[in-house]
Design a protein around this ligand. Structure first.
Ligand SMILES: [Zn+2]
Length: 460
């Protein structure tokens, strides 16, 4: 297709009008890609003079292409703009729009087998007396390794409602991040893995196709890690309104919808001063019941520091004192383990896929015995991704927190402002030396100069 620059003038609006003024109409032939480029440039000039000033959202409109619409209604491309679930998915690009690799799970059969009801029925309690099903939503996060250690110490099993790409943590099936290995550890430790959707959108506020996408993307991501995907899910914000048919849709997708009968309110009490409130909520309910006839289904969040480092051990101690066992949701509903997941038989060799074995220093070999430091990095090792002050690899706060060696693995000391998820790029950025950034700036400047020189040459 050929076009002429006159076509662009109405599209470009004021931005070009003053430039061209009332010039006589003459035309310069452009090919299709040049037209597209010019249109995009014109639109970006017209609509987004800069990302801070350009607004987006209901009754305002969408952001320019590839730009995210933040929760406050501003367009931009920073992590804060694009982070789901805050980012407005209908008004720009968001983390939610990213996809796991591999084939979609759409065509996999989803028969309703077993005795546990599927959606739209909501499951709010367990059925084996003397058991507590602790459930943790929104992870994995930088605290999840510590939580797994704690559960191991108490011999308790739990259920993790996993979110695929929330709070700017990156996607769970990105093997250069720690999340996939934490999910594998959950699986191998006998915990249950369930779905909490791809990007934690409110399912009652999105369309049926968006709801399906929220579940199917998380399925593909979990399939990429453990070879199968869950039959249990919990809607974010416990929101799956009957008005929207959400519950029926979850049933058609083959999901058991799991809610709870004890809400610890831990996300409201994430400080050493407040967490006692969550402990009191738990104790008040559990002490009131007789473990010979009673069981409990508890909601908490491993995205919160006080939940992992304070509340959970309190709950485990109370359970032990009263004679309750900590088991998974599937077990407390007497559902046989093979029914907790659906296998994607098209990808039987998920373990053999090319995993990124990213290293903090690509020149440093990956630790083969769990030791780390000047000679070996933990990134990509099977012992954990952080190198602690004692020169050993691991995923606990001892390894990833204070004293963590940045040159020999990931470190989680620089928390993002929302405190929900550790941001690995902060570390990567911090690792750049002054010399690195200077040379990069010089390189960019040189490239721009070359580009301008080429344009001048073409013009002449
Ligand atoms: Zn949640």
């Amino acid at each position: 297709m050929r076009a002429h620059i006159l076509v662009l003038l109405p599209l470009a609006g004021c931005a070009f009008a003053s430039f061209y003024g009332n010039s006589p109409a003459y035309t310069v032939p452009l090919d299709e890609s040049q037209v597209q480029e010019a249109v995009e440039a014109a639109v970006s000039i017209r609509d987004a003079p800069n990302n801070v000033d350009y607004r987006c959202g209901p009754k305002i409109g969408k952001c320019p292409i590839d730009t995210c619409c933040s929760s406050a209604g501003f367009c931009g491309t920073s992590k804060a703009h694009c982070r789901s679930p805050d980012c407005k998915i209908d008004y720009g690009h968001c983390d939610a729009h990213k996809s796991p690799y591999g084939p979609p799970t759409t065509d996999i059969m989803r028969p309703h087998i077993g005795q546990v009801p599927y959606g739209p029925k909501e499951i709010r309690s367990c059925s084996i007396p003397g058991t507590v099903a602790l459930t943790f939503d929104d992870g994995p996060t930088r605290y999840t390794g510590d939580l797994l250690d704690l559960l191991d110490r108490y011999g308790a099993k739990a259920t993790f409602f996993i979110t695929g790409i929330n709070n700017g943590k990156g996607q769970i099936d990105d093997f250069s991040l720690p999340w996939a290995s934490l999910i594998e550890r959950m699986q191998s430790s006998g915990h249950q893995i369930a779905s909490h959707t791809w990007s934690h959108e409110d399912l009652s506020k999105i369309t049926p196709s968006q709801r399906r996408e929220q579940l199917e993307k998380n399925e593909a991501a979990l399939r990429n890690i453990i070879g199968s995907f869950p039959t249990y899910m919990r809607p974010p914000y416990s929101s799956c309104s009957p008005d929207t048919d959400c519950g029926n849709e979850m049933g058609k997708l083959g999901y058991h919808i799991v809610l709870y009968d004890i809400d610890t309110d831990d996300y409201k009490n994430d400080s050493p001063d407040l967490i006692q409130r969550s402990k009191d909520i738990f104790d008040h309910q559990v002490y009131a019941g007789d473990p010979h006839i009673k069981s409990w289904l508890v909601i908490a969040h491993d995205a919160h520091e006080q939940t992992v480092h304070n509340l959970t051990e309190h709950m485990l101690k109370t359970m032990k004192r009263l004679g309750y066992r900590g088991i998974t949701v599937g077990d407390c509903l007497r559902d046989p383990r093979p029914l907790w997941y659906r296998k994607d038989t098209r990808m039987p060799t998920h373990k053999q896929k090319p995993k990124k074995t990213a290293s903090a220093d690509p020149n440093k070999p990956i630790s083969f015995d769990g030791s780390c430091g000047s000679n070996y990095t933990c990134m990509g090792s099977s012992f954990g991704y952080c190198c602690g002050s004692t020169h050993s690899c691991g995923n606990t706060t001892t390894h990833c927190g204070t004293g963590c060696q940045k040159d020999a693995g990931y470190c989680a000391v620089e928390a993002p402002s929302n405190g929900d998820a550790w941001d690995p790029t902060v570390h990567t950025k911090g690792k750049k030396s002054e010399a690195d950034s200077n040379s990069r700036t010089i390189g960019t400047a040189a490239a721009i100069s070359l580009f301008l020189a080429l344009i001048v040459a073409m013009w002449m």
